[in-house]
Design a protein around this ligand. Sequence first.
Ligand SMILES: [Zn+2]
Length: 155
Amino acid sequence: MSKSAEKKKKQTTWALSDDVKAIVAELIQKLPEFKFIDPNDIACMFKDSSNSTWRAQVSKVRPSDYLLLSGTWLLKIAAWKDWWDGASKAHKYLAMFHELKHIKKAPDKSTDKYALRKHDIEDWHQILVNAGIDWENADWVFKYMDRPPEQEVSK
Ligand SMILES: [Zn+2]
C-alpha cells in the first residue's frame, strides 16, 4: 500500500456544535461590548477536516451554506475540530472572543443586522497586551469576562 493511501484524508464535514455555542453564548452574555449580538443569530459549527487554513472563522450565512438554510441564522462561527479538540480552554475562549470582535452593527441604511470588519488594531492590541501571544495559557479572558461592572472600560 502506498504511503498516500495509508494516510487517508477524511472528507470535510460541517456540523452544528454545542461546544462552540456554549462559549460564544457565554462571552456574549457576560461582555457588554457584545450586547448587540443575539446568540440565536449565530450558527456555531465544527469544520471536521484533515487540514484547515484557519482555526476559527466568522462569516455571514450565505445561500451556499445549505445546511443552515432551514434556520434563521445570520452569521456562522466555525471552529476547526482538530484544533479545537487539542486546544486549552483559554485558547478556545480567546479565539471565540476574537471572532466575536469581527462582528459589528450594520450601518443604519443597511437591510442587514450585522456587518463584519477586518482585524481591528485596537482589538489586537487589547488581546496582545493582556493575553500575550501564548493563548494556550492566557487566563486573561476569564478575568476580563468576570470582572465587576464598575471596572468597565469606558468608551
Ligand atoms: Zn480574525
